[in-house]
Design a binder for this molecule. Structure first.
Ligand code: NAD
Length: 416
């Protein structure tokens, strides 16, 4: 067995809370507490110096009662089965919250891509794809990018799978480059969906976006585009952080210039338009909207008491531990849980898959309009449950998502 980091247990605790409002039949509840399939693979890769390294990879299909399993692939030194199982469970509830016809999955490889060459990453990706090919496919399980994987990694996955089949299978992954069947709008979809939910929350709270202060932790696909969009809407992005550094300017940071600085130097530190801080120091700067968009568990019992925000929008999956969540709940922070707030990525992944299957592509404004309809509807459904049951938004989102998965499990019945 792989180490138990406690992450999956955190998810089971939120499931238990949701079940307190749903009272599912015991067998259905047990089904939802258990991943459906977990695959561990060993990935031999010839390194540039001629040696062979063995990497550990995973693919977990948590549930596919509502449709093919769907979820990203993460490359990170700390990837383990517990984490991938937890993330696969979150994907299951997330797809149900936004009501797209997918189950939940997640994959990952324990590796440090910052120490690998591009061709080593390509060989790793191709062999990982081969090893998990017993599970993936457009009808069964569709991977996508996650931390430290990108469009190029998806292109290699799609090519490897297609080579094995003998013909092109664009629908096997989403988040691909547009020239091989990727969708317009996918790159900014997660941040775009997050911003839509924040705007809905502001409307509910009678607040305006203009002049709001925002901090974003994590400056990759989700964080960078979220920061850019908040700036474009007239909010003031006063704090940014990546894995190595954090920067702060109370008068607002020029996000494009910070991105250019990071591209050149590899980190945000020493950007001349802001002061250097540690990530915990930045977290302690009061803001109107805080967007953790890096990694799970970043806000925990040890640092939550220093955080002052009105709205917390989870760009990352479970960046707030259950302990910290309880503190936010007590202090009236309006929480936008990741299974709602960061669902825009999987929604546009769904659009990409549909376009690939029908070989007919939509323009970007059609994609963005459809994304807005789904995100707005989902926000309203979660808010309605929150108000009706007098529960926080995380519990409300879990109630909505788990209920839909349970309905599918029950109506399909037990095989054989
Ligand atoms: P990415 O690899 O593009 O970027 C990750 C960013 O986080 C980088 O800027 C990195 O420097 C930073 N980072 C890493 N560790 C950090 C730490 N400990 N503290 C501060 N910053 C740190 O990844 P991404 O695709 O933007 O994903 C970020 C998070 O959002 C992940 O939790 C992922 O699961 C989640 N998510 C991503 C998508 C998507 O479409 N990409 C969708 C839903 C959720």
């Amino acid at each position: 067995m792989t180490e138990d980091t406690g992450f999956f247990q955190e998810i089971l605790t939120t499931l238990e809370t949701a079940n307190g409002h749903l009272n599912l039949p015991p067998a259905v509840y047990e089904r939802l507490r258990t991943p459906r399939r977990s695959l561990i693979v060993s990935i031999p890769v010839e390194m540039d110096d001629g040696s062979v390294n063995f990497f550990k990879g995973y693919r977990v299909q948590y549930d596919f009662a509502r449709g093919p399993a769907k979820g990203g692939v993460r490359y990170h030194p700390r990837v383990n089965l517990d984490e991938i199982t937890a993330l696969a469970a979150l994907m299951t509830w997330k797809c149900a919250v936004v009501d797209i016809p997918f189950g939940g999955a997640k994959g990952g490889v324990q590796c440090d891509t910052s120490r690998m060459s591009r061709s080593e990453i390509e060989r790793l990706t191709r062999r990982y794809t081969y090893e998990i090919s017993v599970l993936i496919g457009p009808e069964t399980d569709i991977p996508a990018p996650d931390m430290y994987t990108d469009e190029q990694v998806m292109a290699w996955m799609m090519d490897t799978y297609s080579m094995m089949k003998g013909y092109s299978v664009p629908g096997v992954v989403t988040g691909k480059p547009v020239c091989i069947g990727g969708s317009l709008g996918r790159r900014k979809a997660t941040s775009g969906g997050l911003v839509i939910t924040v705007l809905e929350a502001l409307r509910h709270l009678n607040m305006r976006v203009e002049g709001l202060t925002v901090s974003v932790i994590g400056f990759g696909n989700v964080g960078l585009f979220a920061a850019k969009q908040f700036s474009e809407l007239g909010a003031k992005v006063i704090g940014l952080a990546d894995s190595k550094s954090a920067i702060h300017n109370p008068y607002g940071i020029d996000v494009d210039m910070a991105a250019a600085h990071k591209k050149e130097r590899g980190m945000l530190r020493d950007f001349e338009g802001a002061d250097n801080l540690t990530i915990d120091e930045l977290l302690a700067v009061p803001v109107d909207v805080l967007v953790p968009a890096a990694i799970e568990g970043q806000i925990h019992a040890g640092n939550v008491n220093g955080i002052k925000t009105r709205i917390l929008a989870e760009g990352a999956n479970n960046p707030v531990t259950n302990d910290a969540d309880a503190v936010f709940r007590d202090s009236g922070v309006f929480m936008l849980p990741g299974i709602l707030a960061n669902a825009g990525g999987v929604v546009v992944s769904y659009f990409e898959w549909v376009q690939d299957l029908q070989r007919f592509f939509w323009n970007e404004s059609e994609i963005n309009e459809k994304l807005k309809v789904i995100m707005t509807r989902s926000f309203k459904e979660v808010l309605a449950i929150s108000l009706e049951k007098k529960v926080d938004m995380r519990t409300a989102a879990m109630v909505l998502g788990v209920k839909k998965v349970a309905e599918a499990v029950m109506v399909r019945g037990l095989y054989p």
